[in-house]
Design a protein around this ligand. Structure first.
Ligand code: ATP
Length: 264
């Protein structure tokens, strides 16, 4: 399994603290994913099937990947990232084998989360005009999910911006039978996300995060992340002329450098 199509990258850890404005959603995902991963014995004891698949849907950049990563990190589970379009296109002709390999690896390294981004690319409605490859890949994915005999030790999280485009066969019991919408943040959510992304930045007292939260109507988490990064770069550019490149920076000069409201 190459890094490009199914990476397990421990350096990309995230925690629940990194996810803003999705408290209710996190609560639900913890029940659906964290609980069975951490305490499979509860499900065993009760003779209850743990969820195998959870479908996250919502607009791009709202934190679907981030949320999946956070649950994996918090549960110390192996995180396997599968990019839907890539597995269809890049490995044309060997997509099913790739999928089998990914599922095998996940089972070997359980507890594990297989995250399939843009799952609609792999599993579009079979009634739509799609090629044979897609049909075979959907069938393979269904077979692999049906074959997961564990009680919650491998959980597949699918993400899509277009839930209606996902093959209904995938959404039946025992497959992706839990769904969770991840929506763009409201003002309070944006404030929380702004706090997260300015956490390690040296912002000064001119920066009014409440005001920024108000001004960023329509922004999703990914937009806010970029906004904060750019504010940082703007500050660097603004401060550049004040720096004397021939001399070493003095501690007190450094201490004066901050990011202010105008940089946003
Ligand atoms: P896509 O559908 O495009 O894959 P996504 O919903 O998976 O988007 P992410 O990849 O999780 O979105 O978000 C991209 C980046 O935006 C994250 O790494 C994070 O920096 C920031 N971000 C998005 N949503 C949030 C959030 N709710 N809280 C904090 N940061 C967020």
């Amino acid at each position: 399994v190459t890094k490009a199509d199914a990476s397990e990258d421990r350096s990309l850890r995230a925690s629940y603290e990194d996810v803003g404005g999705l408290d209710k959603e996190l609560q639900r995902i913890r029940e659906m994913v964290e609980l069975p991963l951490k305490y499979p014995e509860i499900f065993r004891q009760l003779g209850v099937e743990a969820p195998k698949g959870v479908l996250l849907y919502g607009p791009p950049g709202t934190g679907k990947t981030l949320t999946a990563r956070a649950v994996a990190s918090e549960t110390n589970a192996t995180f396997m990232h599968v990019n839907g379009p890539e597995i269809i296109n890049k490995f044309y002709g060997e997509s099913e084998a790739r999928l089998r390999e990914i599922f095998e690896t996940a089972q070997r390294r359980a507890p594990a989360i297989i995250f399939i981004d843009e799952i609609d690319a792999i599993a579009p409605r079979r009634t739509d005009v799609i090629g044979d490859v897609e049909k075979r890949v959907v069938a393979q994915l269904l077979a692999l999910m049906d074959g997961l005999k564990n009680r919650g030790q491998v959980i597949v999280i699918g993400a899509t911006n277009v839930p209606d485009m996902v093959d209904p066969a995938l959404r039946r019991p025992g497959r992706f039978d839990r769904e969770l919408s991840i929506n763009p943040p409201d003002r309070f959510g944006r404030l929380k996300i702004l706090k997260i992304h300015t956490r390690s930045m040296r912002i000064d007292s001119t920066v009014n995060l409440e005001k920024l939260a108000q001004m960023t109507h329509g922004f999703v988490g990914a937009d806010i992340a970029i906004l904060c990064k750019e504010a940082g770069m703007n500050a660097v550019r603004r401060l550049l002329p004040a720096i004397d490149f021939t001399a070493e920076l003095q501690e007190e000069e450094l201490a004066k450098l901050t990011i202010s409201m105008n940089d946003f």
